[in-house]
Design a protein around this ligand. Structure first.
Ligand code: ZN
Length: 93
């Protein structure tokens, strides 16, 4: 049996199954956003869908460390990410 892929949450630093985490990606403009489908190109960072973790993770310093480059936190903020579980920039319907 193969182990499911695991990633470290940049909020709490716990290693969890990738599927249980929200994937964040850094755009070319430095703005970090949620990667809905998990397929966006580039380096990803992972965070628990949890207000505590998101609160810690969505800081420019923390994101900058995770992506190793200067970052802007998502414009939507932690609450919006939690509301939809994952926020989609595109229209939902
Ligand atoms: Zn976490």
């Amino acid at each position: 049996m193969t182990a499911a892929p695991q990633r470290t949450c940049i909020g709490c630093r716990e290693v969890r199954p990738k599927a249980a985490l929200v994937r964040l990606v850094r755009g070319a403009d430095g703005r970090v956003r949620v990667d809905d489908g998990g397929r966006a190109e580039g380096r990803g960072a992972y965070v628990c869908p949890d207000s505590g973790c998101l609160g810690k993770a969505l800081h420019a310093g923390r994101l900058g460390h995770a992506f190793k480059r200067p970052c802007e936190p998502p414009a939507s903020g932690a609450a919006a990410i939690l509301n939809g579980r994952v926020v989609n920039d595109k229209a939902r319907r």
